[in-house]
Design a binder for this molecule. Structure first.
Ligand code: 4NP
Length: 145
């Protein structure tokens, strides 16, 4: 199974979802591939935001090896499930879909909410981390069925 986490910059939220999911999947011994991307290209090649690196490290997850990439149309072929953090991400990613099969791969990461962008608010990294961790655990249970 190949899973892609998507946000805007691929430096704050999706690297956390990528790192936490990968960490949990390894703990469970699952042979799943986890990756992340952004709908914007400003940070391509960059490490995650230092505040995301710090909060992940606090909970034992190392995301320092990640490098931001820009979501490309051919990612629809590469991944089975594409999880987006907010409504703009959903619009931008589904806007690149060329068929219903592609569109059907795109889901909101949270079921009934968005993951707020913490980029401009230092205090949001901690709650965002917990939101992401809780949902990653649920997702693993859902996807294993
Ligand atoms: P992310 O946060 O989408 O969670 O990675 C952002 C990071 C950078 C920018 C926007 C959002 N930016 O405009 O540079």
């Amino acid at each position: 199974m190949k899973i892609l986490m998507v946000c805007l910059g691929n430096i704050c939220r999706s690297p956390l979802a990528h790192g936490v999911m990968q960490h949990l999947v390894e703990q469970e011994g699952l042979d799943w591939e986890i990756d992340s991307a952004g709908t914007g290209d400003w940070h391509v090649g960059h490490q995650p935001d230092k505040r995301s690196i710090a909060v992940a490290k606090k909970y034992g997850v190392d995301i320092t090896q990640q490098r931001a990439q820009w979501f490309q149309r051919d990612f629809f072929e590469r991944y089975d499930h594409i999880y987006v953090m907010d409504n703009n991400n959903f619009r931008d990613v589904t806007g690149l879909a060329e068929c219903d099969e592609d569109r059907a791969k795109v889901r909101m990461f949270l079921l009934k909410d968005i993951v707020p962008d913490p980029y401009f608010d230092e205090n949001q990294f901690e709650p965002v981390y917990h939101m992401i961790e809780k949902r990653c655990r649920e997702l693993i249970r859902e996807l294993r069925k």
